[in-house]
Design a protein around this ligand. Structure first.
Ligand SMILES: [Zn+2]
Length: 203
């Protein structure tokens, strides 16, 4: 029994928490465990996602109706698990340019073949050069897209025009802050108003 409780608590403490800087810009994703440590040290406050009210640790653990039903329990305390925190003294503006990496390309294209629109696992997708490398196509945000095995085979070393294939959307460099470098499944619903999933608007 104790084992199970401990395991559940550990799991809750590993949940993601969004970190906002003092200007309420999302800058980072951390764990609920670290978020609580920052609360205790008074370097951050919890943000209630619905009301936007902010709470220090003492207020947070005493809330009668906290904005979550997830709690970490200790013998004397019932601590609501924070999902969004705001730092008290940190105003760094995050970098807006996502580096061109394989991982970021998968995130930009949302694990979706840009030819047929099939969303699949990373081992069924490869990076396709829209203008083939053999024709001088470069390895850039603007010339690389994800393609499934089938579409990749169909396209081979030909240009779009030659194959009749069409792209779902023109590939471009995404403007992300680091917080969106998460698969959609890792995002919490409560983050939406602080960190809109702007990959959807990459056109
Ligand atoms: Zn495909």
């Amino acid at each position: 029994m104790h084992q199970t409780e401990n395991a559940m608590r550990a799991q809750l403490l590993e949940r993601s928490a969004l970190v906002l800087n003092r200007s309420w810009m999302p800058i980072h994703v951390t764990t609920a465990r670290r978020a609580l440590c920052m609360l205790v040290r008074d370097v951050a406050r919890v943000v209630a996602p619905d009301t936007l009210a902010i709470y220090g640790f003492e207020e947070w653990v005493r809330l009668l109706e906290p904005p979550t039903r997830l709690f970490v329990r200790s013998p004397s305390l019932r601590i609501p698990v924070p999902e969004v925190i705001v730092l008290r003294g940190y105003d760094r503006v995050p970098c807006h340019e996502a580096p061109f990496t394989r991982r970021n390309l998968f995130l930009r294209d949302d694990f979706t073949c840009q030819y047929c629109g099939r969303q699949t696992s990373s081992d069924r997708l490869s990076v396709d050069h829209v203008m083939p490398r053999s024709r001088g196509g470069r390895t850039t945000w603007e010339n690389c897209v994800l393609a499934c095995v089938t579409c990749n085979a169909r396209k081979a070393d030909r240009s779009l025009k030659e194959t009749g294939l069409r792209l779902l959307r023109p590939p471009c460099r995404p403007r992300w802050t680091p917080y969106v470098n998460l698969r959609p499944s890792q995002r919490l619903d409560s983050w939406q108003r602080f960190a809109p999933d702007n990959r959807r608007s990459v056109q």
